[in-house]
Design a protein around this ligand. Structure first.
Ligand code: AMP
Ligand code: MN
Ligand code: MN
Length: 324
């Protein structure tokens, strides 16, 4: 913590980035940190490499300053990676090579420590919680504009303060953010109750296709690339859909296999969730080259959906063998 705050105090130009397919924690941490650095008089640029979509539920966030190509002075900016468990999660390998200094701020237990300085706190509910601590340590006043994105980070990564990472500390930081001006009902309305109608139709397909395996302990569903145009959905419409599969009685591991929207699949994204603290889905994801948290993880693969279903079931059986 001290090494990161010292580095922030010492430097003037920053390039803030996060992982591809950014979630609420990724975008909330990015924006909260950006505004906090600006409050300190720093020159900060938010950079999300590539052209991947921002999920619909986060498009209301004031991210107009976000750039998708690196600034010309990239090599002179301290790179601050937020919510990235490994260098590969940043969609621009060159950014890492060019950076004079890399600050790696994250809460994934399997973080590869790719930074010059690594601030990895796996007991933090979210990267947003760590950003809150950093800004507080730096003496930044948490304005409503800073509080709200950080609140988005906490509320989304904790599953609206319901998942096992909902610590007393996460609740206290949430309370401080609300005191500082984060609008609880407003964020709820914008993130969870302003879903485009086509997303409901995508969800319907996911629920309709869901199958139970291993006596109901594993629930898997999938989306094919034509689903998006069929229902009139945009690219970012499938974020969060997997959470609906977790609620089934007896389900211990749930998976959603997604083809890339609109494109013939080369690679599929697999999201994994464990509803049971005794199973670590990040260990399963790592077997396939991905990673994540014990209760929420993912990977990409060039296997077919049928092959993936079989592989996920085998990995579940292997992971639980002897345990039951
Ligand atoms: P998602 O299923 O995409 O919402 O991601 C859930 C969790 O898994 C997040 O914490 C991600 O950081 C992690 N994750 C997802 N995909 C990957 C991947 N390809 N490699 C490493 N971690 C991943
Ligand atoms: Mn994330
Ligand atoms: Mn996170």
């Amino acid at each position: 913590m001290r090494a990161v705050t010292a580095a922030i105090r010492m430097h003037d130009r920053f390039l803030l980035t996060t992982h591809e397919h950014p979630d609420g924690d990724a975008l909330g941490s990015l924006l909260g940190m950006h505004l906090g650095l600006q409050a300190l008089g720093k020159d900060s640029v938010m950079y999300l490499p590539g052209s991947g979509p921002i999920a619909g539920e986060y498009q209301w966030m004031p991210l107009d300053a976000l750039v998708r190509t690196p600034p010309a002075d990239q090599a002179k900016r301290v790179l601050l990676a937020l919510d990235c468990a490994g260098a590969g999660r940043i969609g621009d390998p060159v950014a890492l090579e060019r950076a004079p200094l890399i600050l790696n701020v994250d809460h994934h237990h399997d973080n590869t420590r790719f930074g010059t300085v690594d601030l990895v706190i796996d007991t933090a509910s979210s990267t947003g919680e760590i950003v809150f601590d950093l800004l507080t340590a730096l003496g930044v006043t948490i304005t409503p504009e800073i509080a709200e994105p950080l609140y988005v980070a906490l509320v989304t990564d904790t599953g609206r303060y319901q998942y096992s990472n909902t610590t007393p500390r996460a609740l206290r930081v949430g309370a401080e953010l609300v005191e500082a001006g984060a609008d609880v009902a407003g964020v709820f309305k914008k993130v969870y109750e302003s879903v485009g109608f086509p997303k409901l139709k995508l969800l319907a397909r996911v629920l309709d296709r869901a199958e139970q395996y291993e006596d109901g302990a594993v629930v898997i569903s999938w989306l094919v690339h034509t689903d998006w145009p069929d229902v009139g959905a945009g690219e970012g419409y499938s974020e969060g859909v997997i959470e609906h599969l977790r609620s089934v009685e007896g389900a211990r591991v749930v998976a959603l296999i997604r083809e890339p929207p609109f494109r013939t699949p080369v690679q599929r994204r697999v999201s994994l969730r464990a509803s049971d603290l005794s199973i670590d889905v990040s260990a399963i994801a790592r077997q396939f080259g991905g990673g994540g948290h014990p209760q929420a993880a993912g990977f990409t693969s060039d296997q077919t959906t049928a092959e993936l279903i079989e592989a996920i079931c085998s990995a579940y059986v292997a992971a639980t063998r002897g345990a039951a």
